[in-house]
Design a protein around this ligand. Sequence first.
Ligand code: SF4
Length: 700
Amino acid sequence: GHRAAPPAREVASVCPYCGVGCQLGYRVRDGRIEEVVGRDGPSNHGRLCVKGRFGFDFLTHPDRLARPLIRIDGAAKDPADCTDPSRARGKFREASWGEALARAGDGLRVIRDGIGPQALAGFGSAKGSNEEAYLFQKLVRTGFGTNNVDHCTRLCHAASVTALLEGIGSGAVTAPFTAVEDADLIFVIGARPTENHPVAATFIKQAVARGATLVVADPRGSELDRIATEILRFRPGEDVALLNAMLHVILSENLHDPAFVAARVDGLDGLRAHVAAYAPEAVEVQCGVPAEPIRRVARLYARSPAALTLWGMGISQSVHGTDNARALIALSLVCGQVGRRGTGLHPLRGQNNVQGASDAGLIPMMLPDYHRIDDAAARATIEALWGATIDPKPGLTVVEIIAAAGRGDIRGMYVMGENPAMSDPDLAHARAALARLDHLVVQDLFLTETAALADVVLPASAWPEKDGTVTNSNRQVQMGRAAVAPPGEVRQDLAIIVAMARRLGLDWTYAHPREVFAEMAQAMPSLANITWDRLLRENSVTYPCAAPDAPGEDIVFHDHFPTRDGRALLVPAGPSDPAEMPDAAYPFVLTTGRELEHWHTGTMTRRAGVLDAIEPSATVSLAPGDLRRLGILPGGWIRVTTRRGTVQCASREDPGLPEGVVFLPFAFREAAANLLTDPRLDPEGRIPGFKLCAARVEPG
Ligand code: SF4
């Protein structure tokens, strides 16, 4: 008879895609992941979305890099190579690790010693582990000698974090999204969780089924609208006016929580004076929402025994993203909707480890745990731990670094796991800037659009190939475990960072992520009582955590905020400089984002068989009326043009879109949405307004 096949081994880990942080099990047989199953983690209770279940065969895709690559002498860096991988590949030759690391590290050292540390910059990644993020920022700060280190949090929730730190002293969520279970009212604004945080969306749906009131505010209709009690379909870019109008109603009708404000919040008089001008009747035309529903929702929110606010990129990816978040935070504070069960502020994190990478200091103006670079005492603490000096000057942010490269001020870069040649706004300029660098080192799984412009490409390990911790949207620090070996000569990312550090003169000897975690715990009080061994045993621990056997606090700020005096601050929002609004030449609003099947710049998901089969190509979505007016049937070819560029792709009908607004996902290199986007930044969060620019839309 047949011998039964040996059972698959199950390795417990975490999903590498979105910030929900679902726990999963890789079923491994013969060194390959055969299947992925959900495990009972605190954020997913066994559930997974299509990405977590089917998003892993990119590991063995034929494009996967297995050896280091070095640019062939004299092969020109041409931004056009970003969209033509085969042409890009012809400009590289394979090299040994010895040669590649020498070339990679020496090129950066020559710039550091010849021109100066400020001519260097590094982009780390929110898709790596906490340990990698921590070591990467330490390498840039102590090996390069600059704070020019950032990652895609700048393109994601930088505005939210800026406003949260200013208002309540902490950039993390005050409650997990699973707290919707205890909420009477759930306010979702500028987020599409059914697509971008699918498992979080299942908790919202269950809460509504149980009887919670759901309010959805967004310019674009979404699947959640079907179960919403109230829908505020406001005009793109009018977030501040809408939220200030809600504040106006609450304060003028005395619906706020005076006891909470008196005990814990400053700035009410200033806010009251500021929102006096925002009566719903005065701004209804501007908002595109009649006064009555604004008043209704404001009253519902204020009177709700427990209201939780969830927001996403619609709030933060704006040239006034910080103001958007300020207004949202003010709403919660004046009504006392924070610090209790079922209440809270929750910016839904986009990437699996954007919380952890930010906590670890992978940002230019802050050290680990958000100690400001220009705080001498904080710097001294970390300098003592590291035995190194840290530049007191805050570094440049993602978009600023690319702009500086374009001017020739930044001359060398080390990019680990990020893809600015797809993710930055105004790509024509960003790609030209990357091509202009004297020396670019890219560490990634594939020859990405960014790697196409590199001098040295270091083949990286993928998440299922490594051990490490990640921190999700809920502040849950979770253990990821290696399930399979990396292909070919690929090395662990942590080992590559250490090798690069040694080429730059640092005497690092970290051999395992547990050593790095132990050092992080010394640098970061937020990790108190969380150890590597504990995570191996428990898989997930929430920070802050009061004792080695305590579960961690899911709801924080019961009685004080982590500010100097324990009180929160209301900061009036707006008016701010508007985004690039439609005009006669560019009459449409272009908005960009993700879709369910594809992750960010598509590097992994477009090479995952099932995901690619479901959503194989770029489409631009339009309202049915706009399609009709253009004389195009769904699927017909469309050309979208902005002041930065043009892309062409097939159209898709989306009845959820208001007329005059088109949506383009940014995952597709053949129709790269960011060729079109506006590089202007929010003045405080330094985040570009990916959600809104003016466009022309034509058949073709
Ligand atoms: Fe992964 Fe997010 Fe999907 Fe969970 S919801 S399986 S973390 S992509």
